[in-house]
Design a protein around this ligand. Structure first.
Ligand code: HEC
Ligand code: HEC
Length: 306
């Protein structure tokens, strides 16, 4: 009998037919299940991503309303006000969902939970004491359960927003929390002005010096040199070679300051905010228009700017 004939006349037994039938049904169901499941996981993944995106968006609003004033709009921290929340030290680093670097901050403070928990805990309940005298403020308690104004979902959202920075934490100009126990030297508090210097400051504004000169926190002029640290400049200016070859006659810092007000042409400063200092722009008449007493006050005030 040829093979072909064998195949054509083949009559499978009842059992065999049942087995083949069962296998096809199970196979068909399995194929359906696999495609179904992968669709389902894909759909769930998409839902998850959408949910996270919505949380980040809602969290951003909370952050800019309530946190940015102390932690900075870019999360880099603000001197005296609050530490960076967008930094590798604080967040570690993630690539996609994989953590490629741990948060050094959590290791330093020996926090046993995860970062999300730490962020939510600090945000909700605040920090009882300033953990370092670096900060001028203590942390507000934002959670409604702790007397604040944020609901739990808002706290979760702001944490999601902050954690999202771990994909690309800020790298420059960061003010991280100091290491626990690190020594910290507070900035020297500004020495208050003497009554004479205070009167000099008033004379500075009254005579329109602020139209051309900047002094940090006092004036924003940008024609003449910035005088924010002029006391330091004046202390050595009269000893410099280019001064000695000018028409200037000052032999002390005070004489130099006095001279630059009443006789600005004697020595023309090299650098101004907009390039080389123009000669003849600063009025040469202050020696006549400002009373001797006020001139003395002005000198004393300008000498105090260090
Ligand atoms: C009034 C200023 C201020 C505001 C507003 C503020 N913070 Fe803070 N935050 C601080 C200070 C100060 C610290 C450090 C406190 C300390 O270490 O004692 C801090 C610390 C933190 C820390 C811990 C950082 C670390 O390095 O351990 C987190 C997280 C945090 N803040 C989250 C938030 C969130 C979220 C908001 C907004 C809902 C917020 N903060 C609003 C001042 C503020
Ligand atoms: C119209 C613009 C203008 C006004 C107003 C003006 N200055 Fe000036 N000032 C300049 C310019 C430009 C220079 C730099 C050129 C020079 O040295 O003469 C200068 C230089 C100076 C310097 C020397 C700075 C240095 O680094 O050595 C002092 C001090 C100074 N001004 C103080 C004053 C005071 C005080 C007043 C007000 C009574 C005043 N200026 C008003 C434009 C002005």
């Amino acid at each position: 009998m040829s093979i072909i004939k064998k195949i054509v006349t083949f009559k499978p037994s009842f059992n065999l037919r049942v087995i083949v039938g069962l296998i096809s049904v199970v196979g068909f169901l399995a194929a359906c299940a696999i495609t179904g499941f992968s669709d389902l996981t894909k759909a769930l993944g998409e839902q998850d991503a959408k949910y996270t995106a919505r949380a980040i968006e809602a969290g951003a609003k909370v952050y800019f309303d309530q946190c940015a004033r102390c932690h900075g709009a870019d999360g880099k921290g603000i001197e005296g006000q609050g530490p960076a929340l967008s930094s590798v030290t604080f967040l570690g680093k993630k690539e996609g969902k994989i953590e490629v670097q741990k948060s050094q901050r959590l290791l330093d403070i020996q926090w046993v939970g995860n970062l999300d928990g730490y962020i939510r805990a600090v945000t909700a309940s605040g920090i009882p004491l300033k953990s370092s005298n670096q900060w001028e403020v203590t942390h507000p308690a934002f959670g409604q359960a702790y007397g604040g104004n944020l609901r739990d979902d808002q706290i979760n959202d702001v944490s999601t927003f902050i954690l999202n920075w771990s994909q690309a934490p800020a790298t420059a100009g960061i003010i991280d929390s100091p290491k626990p126990g690190a020594a910290f030297t507070p900035k020297a508090t500004a020495v208050p002005l003497t009554p004479e210097q205070e009167a000099g400051k008033t004379a500075f504004l009254k005579n329109g010096c602020n139209a051309c000169h900047a002094i940090k926190g006092v004036a924003q002029g940008n024609i003449g040199p910035n005088l924010s640290t002029f006391g330091t400049t004046a202390a050595t200016r009269f000893t410099e070679a280019d001064y000695k070859t000018s028409q200037g006659k000052a032999a002390t810092a005070d004489e130099y300051i006095h001279e630059s007000i009443i006789n600005p042409q004697a020595f023309v400063v090299a650098k101004c905010p907009q390039g080389a200092c123009p000669s003849g722009v600063m009025p040469p008449t202050f020696g006549k228009t400002i009373a001797e007493g006020d001139l003395k006050n002005l000198v004393s005030y300008l000498a105090s700017l260090k």
